[in-house]
Ligand binder design. Structure first.
Ligand code: NAD
Ligand code: IPM
Ligand code: MN
Length: 363
C-alpha cells in the first residue's frame, strides 16, 4: 500500500471544525485508492501562541517544509487581536506561505447550479460562472520593506511598501497562462497602473510573458473596474491574475457569486510545495456552534489530491460528492434561505453525508 504524509494545521475558530471534515473526507478517498494517509497535526496561529508563546514554532515550520503538503484551517480571532504584529496568528500564516515559497494562490470561483438561487445576486448574472483567481501570495505590500511605524511632529504615521520585481510577477503570470491553457484560454491581469509604479511594472512584465503564450488571450483591467465588473458580469472572466492585496479583496468579493465565502477553496503552489486552505477566516462569530460550512475546506482537500498527490480521480470524486450534497438539497447555515426542497444541515450532518456518498460511489 502506498503511503502519503501530510501536515494538518487546523488553527483557530472554525478552523478545526472544518479541517476535521476535510481530513475525514481525505482519509476516506485515500483508503479507497489504496493509499495510507499519515496526518501530522500541529497547533498554528492563536492556538499555537497559547501553547508556545508564538503563533508558529521553528519545529512546526520545519515539519511543514519536510512534508511539502499542508492542509490548513484558519487562524486569528479577537482573543489575539491586541498582540504585537509578529505575534499575531496571521503573522504565522504569512511566514508559512513565504517559507514554503507558495507564490501562486489559486482560488477557483465556481457557481454550482444548485446554488444559483443562494447568492445575493440575480441568478441570470451568476449562473455558469467559472473563474480562477491566481493571486500572487509571497510578495507585494504584504511583504515589502520598509514597514514601520513612527511619529512626525507628534503625529504618528505608518509605512507599508508595495514592491514587485519582474521575476515575481512573471512566475505567477506563467502559472496563470499555463492554467488558462487548460481552461478558457483567457487571462485578465488586474492592476492599478494608472497610479502605482509597482502596477506599471506588473503590466509590462505580464505583457512579456504573454508573448510565450500566443494561444491565450490577454486583457488588462484596473482593479477598481475589476471589482465592479465581477458583480456586473462575472461570466466575462476566465483566469484573473493579480497581486497579493488585490487578489485577497477580489476573491472575498467574488465568493458571493457562489453564495458564500464558505464555498471557496484555495491551493497555494510553489515548486514541490502545496498549501491548501479555505479562503475564509476563523469566523469567530459562529465558532463552536457546529454550524460552519466545511465545503471550502473539503474542496481544498480535493485540490490537495489534484495538485500534490496527483490523484485526479480522487479530486473529482470529492467534488462530485459536494455537488451531490447540494443537488440533494442540503444547505449549511450560510447558504440556507428557505428555498423549497432544501434542508438546513449542520457541519456534522454534511460531513456524514459526504462520507456516505463517497462510500456509495466506491461500490
Ligand atoms: P471570516 O472569513 O472569518 O468571516 C467573515 C464572515 O463569513 C463571518 O460572518 C463568518 O461567520 C462567515 N463565514 C466565514 N467562513 C464561514 C464558513 N465556513 N461557514 C459559515 N460562515 C462562514 O472573516 P473575518 O471575520 O474578517 O475574520 C475573522 C478572523 O479570521 C480574523 O482574525 C482574520 O484575520 C482571520 N482570517 C484568517 C484567514 C485564514 O486563516 N486564511 C482568512 C481570513 C481571515
Ligand atoms: C486570506 C486571509 C489572509 C490574507 C490573512 C489572514 C493574513 O485574508 O488568506 O485571504 O490576507 O492573505
Ligand atoms: Mn482574505
Amino acid at each position: 500500500m502506498k503511503e502519503v504524509s501530510i501536515v494538518a494545521l487546523p488553527g483557530d475558530g472554525i478552523g478545526p471544525e472544518v479541517t476535521d471534515v476535510a481530513l475525514q473526507v481525505l482519509d476516506t478517498v485515500c483508503e479507497q485508492h489504496d493509499i495510507k494517509l499519515n496526518v501530522t497535526k500541529r497547533p498554528f496561529g492563536g492556538t499555537c501562541y497559547d501553547e508556545f508563546g508564538e503563533p508558529v514554532t521553528d519545529e512546526i515550520l520545519e515539519t511543514c517544509k519536510e512534508h511539502k503538503v499542508v492542509l490548513l484551517g484558519a487562524v486569528g480571532g479577537p482573543k489575539w487581536d491586541d498582540l504585537s504584529a509578529n505575534l499575531r496568528p496571521e503573522a504565522a500564516l504569512l511566514k508559512l506561505r513565504k517559507e514554503l515559497g507558495v507564490y501562486a494562490n489559486l482560488r477557483p470561483i465556481f457557481v454550482h447550479s444548485a446554488l444559483s438561487g443562494s447568492s445575493t445576486l440575480k441568478e441570470e448574472v451568476i449562473e455558469g460562472t467559472d473563474i480562477l483567481i491566481v493571486r500572487e501570495l509571497t510578495g507585494g505590500v504584504y511583504f515589502g520593506k520598509p514597514r514601520f511605524s513612527a511619529e512626525e511632529d507628534g503625529d504618528p504615521f505608518s509605512v507599508d511598501t508595495m514592491k514587485y520585481s519582474r521575476s515575481e510577477v512573471q512566475r505567477v503570470a506563467r502559472i496563470a497562462f499555463e492554467t488558462a491553457k487548460l481552461r478558457g484560454k483567457r487571462v485578465c491581469s488586474v492592476d492599478k497602473m494608472n497610479v502605482l509604479e509597482s502596477s506599471r511594472l506588473w503590466r509590462k512584465s505580464v505583457l512579456e510573458v504573454a508573448e510565450e503564450y500566443p494561444d491565450v488571450e490577454l486583457s488588462h483591467m484596473l482593479v477598481d473596474n475589476a471589482a465592479m465588473q465581477l458583480i456586473r458580469n462575472p461570466k466575462q472572466f476566465d483566469v484573473i491574475v493579480t497581486g497579493n492585496l488585490f487578489g485577497d479583496i477580489l476573491s472575498d468579493e467574488a465568493s458571493m457569486l457562489t453564495g458564500s465565502i464558505g464555498m471557496l477553496p484555495s491551493a497555494s503552489l510553489g515548486g514541490e510545495n502545496g498549501l491548501y486552505e479555505p479562503v475564509h477566516g476563523s469566523a469567530p462569530d459562529i465558532a463552536g456552534q457546529g454550524i460552519a460550512n466545511p465545503l471550502a475546506a473539503v474542496a481544498s482537500a480535493a485540490l490537495l489530491c489534484r495538485h500534490s498527490l496527483k490523484l485526479e480521480s480522487a479530486a473529482k470524486r470529492i467534488e462530485a460528492a459536494i455537488l451531490k450534497l447540494l443537488d440533494d438539497g442540503y444547505r449549511p447555515a450560510d447558504l440556507y434561505n428557505d428555498e423549497p426542497g432544501t434542508t438546513l444541515a449542520n457541519t456534522e450532518e454534511i460531513s456524514n453525508r459526504l462520507i456516505t456518498s463517497l462510500e456509495e460511489t466506491a461500490k
